[in-house]
Design a binder for this molecule. Structure first.
Ligand code: GDP
Ligand code: FO1
Length: 302
């Protein structure tokens, strides 16, 4: 089994390739849940939903969130009533949140709710939240502390970021099945996700981290940074706030206790102190994604 650590954009692209080159039953995805929150209609778990919609071939690839072809009747009705819904949520996507919220209110764990939805969507790969407990990303800006969505959507990612931390991370335990999957894995891939907002919460969970440290020789990371810039999103601001250089070197440093090698872009500078492999890591077509997935699997076989 291959375990993949994922956020909601870069790694899902790699998963599209991976599921074409190995059997889906061989894949287990551990997903960041530090951007989760309760909304008036249900439980919002954006990275989990992107992974579920990607694996069931329903993801909207223009945004990397939500369902392709979804309608927005409820969002528009709410707006007409004068209710400001910060996140533009599609009708079908909203159904996922409503069901998940009800399952949680009725006593299911988050991992159990996701398992029900995964099966209903016909997904054969396993999908685990990083934890069954609530962890919340907090961003300390020049002016005030805010949630991820307040920073990224309401403030358009503009404020100066002084720090980013994860409320509840010290006490939270890794999802039991996720930790077990790491222990049993033949290989672990830290996908090209935001190293700070998507991967750091997962690898900061004490039991997850301990299990990964024991598997260091079997773990490879794919850099999300190309030519000193993230391919998309706010990884640069967050890496700087954590004192990391915005480079594959910075990514390798953050993961240093957990990985034996890193895959970086052809044209990038080789990080020091780690086995490094170069290839094209920009995923545009399915061909790119399959090629990169095969490449990463070969690195794990060595
Ligand atoms: P989020 O949850 O939406 O922030 O998504 P992720 O954390 O999974 O992914 C965001 C990261 O994906 C960013 O730091 C991007 O640089 C990276 N990314 C997006 N597309 C690509 C790609 O084609 N190749 C690589 N290597 N990284 C990518
Ligand atoms: N991001 C936005 O920038 N604007 C939106 O209106 C928006 C809606 C949305 C709906 C469902 C969903 O699962 C994600 C959504 N996102 C939206 C993505 C947003 O949650 C972040 O990009 C992710 O949290 C980053 O991981």
């Amino acid at each position: 089994m291959i375990v993949v650590l994922s956020g909601g954009t870069g790694t899902p692209k790699l998963l599209q390739g991976l599921k074409e080159v190995i059997s889906e039953e061989e894949i287990a995805v551990i997903v960041n849940t530090a951007e989760d929150c309760w909304l008036p209609h249900g439980y919002f778990s954006p990275d989990v939903d992107t992974v579920l919609y990607t694996l069931s071939d329903r993801i909207n690839e223009e945004t990397w969130y939500g369902i392709r072809g979804d309608t927005f009747a409820t969002h528009e009705a709410l707006t007409a009533l004068g209710f400001k819904e910060v996140l533009k949520i599609g009708d079908e996507d909203r159904a996922t949140h409503i069901q998940r919220g009800e399952l949680l209110r009725n006593g299911k764990k988050l991992s159990e709710a996701i398992e029900i939805q995964r099966k209903a969507l016909g997904i054969k790969a396993r999908v685990f939240p990083m934890s069954d407990e609530m962890v919340e990303t907090r961003i300390v800006t020049g002016k005030k502390e805010m949630s991820f969505h307040e920073f990224w959507i309401e403030n358009k990612g503009m404020p100066n970021v002084k720090n980013i931390f994860f409320k509840g991370i010290e006490k939270a335990r890794g999802c039991k099945k996720a930790v077990r999957a790491i222990k049993k894995a033949e290989g672990i891939i830290i996908g090209p996700s935001n190293p700070v907002s998507s991967v750091l919460p997962i690898i900061s969970l004490a039991d997850t981290r301990e299990a990964m440290q024991k598997k260091k020789e079997r773990c490879v990371a794919v850099s999300p940074i190309v030519s000193g810039k993230p391919v998309s999103g706010p990884a640069d601001k967050f890496m700087r706030a954590k004192g990391l250089s915005v480079s594959s070197q910075g990514v390798a440093e953050l993961y240093s206790e957990l990985i034996s090698s890193i895959v970086i872009h052809n044209t990038d500078k080789i990080p020091q102190g780690i086995k490094c492999l170069k290839t094209n890591i920009i995923m545009r077509s399915l061909k790119d994604k399959k090629r990169l997935a095969k490449y990463v699997l070969r690195v794990l076989e060595k």
